[in-house]
Design a protein around this ligand. Structure first.
Ligand code: CU
Length: 182
């Protein structure tokens, strides 16, 4: 089974569990010989159905847009390794590890799928890509011990900046790097 199918299944299981919890609370709140509101059980049931429908609609819109599925079926034209460290971003076309710390200028082609393999050598950092208008293009977390894969297709050539989106210490706001799309 593909990784993104597993993630989709996980989301579905969690959403069914949440709906199950709603149902249990709804069932346990039944009171004998109620007075006051007319047909409260019916109203509660409709309220539950409306809530569940809203949840289902929102999940079905947002889950497919999860970055895990972006360009999942394309094989990337270039793989860029990113290692965040207080307070720099190391970038290379070769894997970066604690035994092999290297960094080089990155230039990637436009209109091709680029895969960033993002990790951290110390604490949690953010890896956010901004275009030359300072608009956030895409982002992921840089976490020690994990490699987060972020795929993106840059349609506009130019200089892109990398900034940290996770407060990681005193030098956080100075933590930046850049790369070129040609
Ligand atoms: Cu930071």
């Amino acid at each position: 089974m593909k990784e993104h199918t597993l993630i989709l299944l996980l989301f579905l299981v969690i959403s069914i569990a949440i709906m199950g919890l709603f149902l249990v609370i709804f069932q346990s709140s039944k009171i004998e010989n109620e007075t006051g509101m007319q047909n409260p059980k019916k109203k509660r049931f409709f309220f539950f159905i409306i809530l569940a429908s809203i949840l289902l609609v929102l999940l079905s819109i947002t889950i497919p847009k999860s970055p895990y599925f972006q360009y999942a079926d394309n094989s990337p034209a270039k793989v860029v390794y990113i290692a965040a460290q207080q307070y720099v971003f190391l970038s290379s076309f070769q894997a970066i590890t604690l035994d092999n710390i290297n960094t080089e200028a990155i230039e990637v082609p436009a209109n091709e799928v680029i895969e960033f393999r993002v990790t951290s050598l110390d604490v949690n950092h953010g890896f956010a890509i901004y275009n030359d208008k300072a608009e956030l293009v895409t982002q992921t977390q840089a976490m020690p011990g994990y490699i987060n894969k972020l795929r993106w297709k840059f349609t506009e050539p130019g200089k892109y900046n990398i900034l940290c989106l996770e407060f990681c210490g005193g030098g956080h706001s100075f933590m930046r790097s850049s790369f070129t799309v040609k």
